[in-house]
Design a protein around this ligand. Structure first.
Ligand code: NAD
Ligand code: WQD
Length: 337
C-alpha cells in the first residue's frame, strides 16, 4: 500500500484528506505542530476509519524530524498542508508568516530530496491570482498578491518550480484551492477557527448556533447579482478527493503543475445565506455593512484543467456544504455545553 505523509494533517483540509486517502486504499502518516489544531483529531480519525495513524507532534521546519519520519516510513507521496493561513493576521505578523510558511516548505523539499521522496502535492490558494484578471481564474493568468499570506503561497509555488527544474526526478502539483467550506457528513471533523471567524461560512455557522448574533455582510454595492461578493465555495470533501486524484496523477505522470480546485461556479454572500437557511430550516439574521478592505467583487475557478488532467470535478452541492457545516457546528456546540 502507498504511504502518504500529510504535513499539517490535523487541520481542516488535511484531516478530511486523510479520510479520503484511507478510503482510497492509502496509508497515512501525519506531522503537525498543533499550532492551529488539536491532538484529538487523530484519535477521531483512527476510530472512524478503524486504522492506526502514526502521528508526529512536531514542526515541518525541523529537517531532522522530517528525516526521521522518512527513515521510519516508506513514504511515496507528501501532501504539504502545514502553514499559517489567516490573511488579516499575516498583515500584522508578516515575519511569522514568511518564516513559518517558507521555511517549512524549504526544509520539506530538502528532506524529501535527501530521502529520495519525489512526489509532492502543495496547498496553494486562489489568492495567488492578481486582482486584475477576468473573474473566472485560469491557471495561466497573471499572479500577484495583496497580503503577506498570499505572497507566501506565491513564493512557495516558485520555490517548488525552481526545485523541480533543478531536480528532474522531483514531481509536484500545487493545488490552488478556492473557498473550502463544509465538513465531513459524519460530523466527526470540520473547521473550528480560534476566536472570531474571518471567513464567511464559519461565521454563518456560529450565527446559526447562537454563538454570534448576526452576520455582517461586507458590502452590497458590488457589481454582482445582488450586490454582495461572489466566490467559488467548494465542499471540503470534494477538495479532499482532489488530493487523492492529484496523488494518483503523480503515481503515473511526471511534471510540475499548478491546478485550480474549485467548482467553476460562483455564489454571492446572500445566496450562501439563503442556501444555509433553506438547507437547515433556520434563520440567519444579517446586517449590511461597509465593504471589507482588500475584497474583490467576484472570483471563481475555471476548473477545466483539474478535470482534464486529474479526472476530478466537484460533485457536492451548496446544500450539501450548508447541511454538513451545520451538522458539524451543532456537534461542536454539544461538546462544549
Ligand atoms: P489549518 O490551519 O486547519 O491546517 C493547517 C495545519 O498546519 C494546522 O493543523 C497547523 O497546526 C499546522 N501547521 C502550521 N504550521 C506548521 C508547521 N510549521 N509545522 C507543522 N505543522 C504546522 O488550515 P487548512 O484550512 O486546513 O489549510 C491547509 C492548507 O491549505 C494551508 O497551507 C492553507 O494555507 C491552505 N489553504 C487553505 C484555504 C482555506 O480557506 N482553508 C484556502 C487555500 C489554501
Ligand atoms: C467570502 C465573501 C466577504 C465574512 C479568503 C482568503 C483566501 C482563501 C479563502 C486561503 C467575501 C464576505 C466574509 C463575513 C462577509 N484562504 N464576508 N462577512 O475573502 O474569498 O478568501 O479565504 O488561502 O486567501 O482571502 O473568503 O470567506 O473571507 O469571504 O460578508 O463575516 O464573504 O466580503 O465577499 P475570501 P471569505
Amino acid at each position: 500500500m502507498s504511504k502518504v505523509l500529510l504535513t499539517g494533517g490535523m487541520g481542516f483540509i488535511g484531516s478530511h484528506t486523510a479520510v479520503s486517502l484511507i478510503e482510497n486504499g492509502y496509508d497515512v502518516v501525519i506531522v503537525d505542530n498543533l499550532v492551529n489544531s488539536e491532538e484529538d483529531v487523530v484519535h477521531r480519525l483512527e476510530k472512524f476509519k478503524n486504522v492506526t495513524i502514526p502521528f508526529y507532534n512536531g514542526d515541518c521546519r525541523d529537517e531532522n524530524l522530517l528525516d526521521k519520519i522518512f527513515n521510519e516510513h516508506d513514504i511515496e507521496i507528501v501532501i504539504h498542508f502545514a502553514g499559517l493561513k489567516a490573511v488579516g493576521e499575516s498583515v500584522s505578523l508578516p515575519l511569522e508568516y514568511y518564516e513559518n510558511n517558507l521555511n517549512a516548505t524549504i526544509s520539506l523539499l530538502k528532506s524529501m530530496l535527501k530521502n529520495k521522496v519525489h512526489k509532492l502535492v502543495f496547498s496553494s490558494s486562489a489568492t495567488v491570482y492578481d486582482e486584475d484578471n477576468p473573474d473566472e481564474r485560469v491557471e495561466g493568468y497573471k499572479l500577484g498578491c495583496t497580503n503577506p499570506y498570499g505572497w507566501t503561497k506565491f513564493m512557495c509555488e516558485q520555490i517548488i518550480r525552481d526545485t523541480c527544474h533543478a531536480n528532474s526526478q522531483l514531481n509536484a502539483i500545487s493545488l490552488r484551492y478556492f473557498n473550502p467550506v463544509g465538513a465531513h457528513p459524519s460530523g466527526i471533523i470540520g473547521e473550528n477557527p480560534k476566536g472570531v471567524p474571518n471567513n464567511l461560512m464559519p461565521y454563518i455557522q456560529q450565527v446559526a448556533t447562537g454563538v454570534r448574533d448576526y452576520l455582517r455582510v461586507y458590502g452590497n454595492d458590488y457589481d454582482t447579482v445582488d450586490g454582495t461578493g461572489v466566490r467559488d465555495y467548494i465542499h471540503v470533501c470534494d477538495l479532499a478527493d482532489a488530493h487523492v486524484a492529484a496523488s494518483k496523477y503523480l503515481q503515473n505522470n511526471k511534471g510540475c503543475l499548478e491546478i485550480n480546485i474549485g467548482t467553476g461556479k460562483g455564489a454571492s454572500v446572500l445566496e450562501m445565506v439563503e442556501a444555509f437557511e433553506k438547507a437547515n430550516k433556520i434563520k440567519i439574521p444579517y446586517k449590511i455593512e461597509a465593504r471589507r478592505p482588500g475584497d474583490v467583487a467576484i472570483n471563481y475557478a475555471n476548473a477545466n484543467k483539474a478535470y482534464k488532467l486529474l479526472g476530478w470535478k466537484a460533485t457536492r452541492t451548496l446544500e450539501d456544504m450548508c447541511k454538513d457545516a451545520y451538522n458539524w457546528q451543532c456537534n461542536l456546540q454539544k461538546k462544549h455545553n
